[in-house]
Design a binder for this molecule. Structure first.
Ligand SMILES: C[S@@+](CC[C@H](N)C(=O)[O-])C[C@H]1O[C@@H](n2cnc3c(N)ncnc32)[C@H](O)[C@@H]1O
Length: 231
């Protein structure tokens, strides 16, 4: 109950009344699965998660476990070619879900040291028969300053920050690609700063779609934009 109230308060602060009302069915659906009780992890949203974060950061919310695999499947990629990086990885829920796919490496970058420590612990304790990647790397850093590894990358963004940080993240990525040309895919979920990626001349948008529940009156559960770098 405390978690539900914390989520409601965070959503009101972040999205206002109207959007919060429209998000309630989606949240009921996500939390019906009760990921943490099932796996012994700690990925739920708590009141203290966003304490002390600078203004331009968005708050913490874990990746939706039903939607995430649909997004990854839609890319039709060979995961073993890519290093998966979650910029703004929070408590590591997307990292855990990514570990079901045979990525070369899985790395989470999180600004908040408390959330980063929880993500590392979640990575150690998460047991799932479909887990394919054992090691989940977590780094406590600003996403705009993080030195990207020289591999082909799948960068996951779940609405982690506002425009100023996104601009730094894009500049950092462009510099990294100039130094070492390679393939990069960006999956941007709830893409509030989509305009900045649409305008980046080194990127092209290859998909944009709204996901809906498969049943339950096909309710909207998230929008996702996908980009790749131009060569
Ligand atoms: C919506 S949560 C997403 C959590 C995670 N990606 C997931 O899907 O489970 C966004 C996260 O981005 C983090 N964040 C915000 N600004 C950041 C920055 N400049 N560098 C790194 N992390 C940041 C927040 O602390 C928060 O944990």
């Amino acid at each position: 109950m405390t978690d539900a109230l914390a989520r409601l308060r965070a959503s009101l602060r972040k999205n206002g009344w109207w959007r919060t009302l429209t998000l309630i069915p989606r949240n009921i659906l996500f939390h019906l699965t009760d990921f943490d009780r099932k796996h012994g992890t700690n990925t739920g949203m708590q009141a203290e998660d966003d304490a002390g974060l600078p203004q331009e950061h968005e708050g913490y919310e874990g990746a939706p476990p039903r939607l995430f695999p649909r997004i990854i499947r839609s890319l039709e990629i060979s995961a073993d070619r890519y290093t998966f990086i979650d910029l703004g990885s929070g408590k590591g829920k997307a990292l855990l879900l990514a570990a079901h796919h045979p990525f070369r490496r899985i790395i989470g970058v999180e600004y908040n040291p408390r959330l980063d420590a929880i993500a590392a612990e979640n990575g150690r304790i998460y047991r799932h028969p479909e887990r394919r990647v054992h090691t989940i790397e977590t780094v406590c850093d600003d996403a705009g300053a993080f030195e990207l590894p020289p591999d082909d990358l799948l960068i996951y963004l779940f609405n982690p920050f506002k425009g100023a940080i996104m601009e730094r993240v894009l500049a950092n990525l462009e510099r990294s690609l100039q130094a070492k040309p390679r393939d990069v895919l960006i999956v941007y979920q709830n893409p509030t700063q989509r305009r900045l990626l649409d305008q980046a001349s080194f990127l092209e948008r290859i998909d944009y779609r709204e996901y809906r529940t498969k049943r339950l009156r096909k309710m909207p559960i998230g929008r996702v934009a996908v980009y790749r770098n131009r060569h």
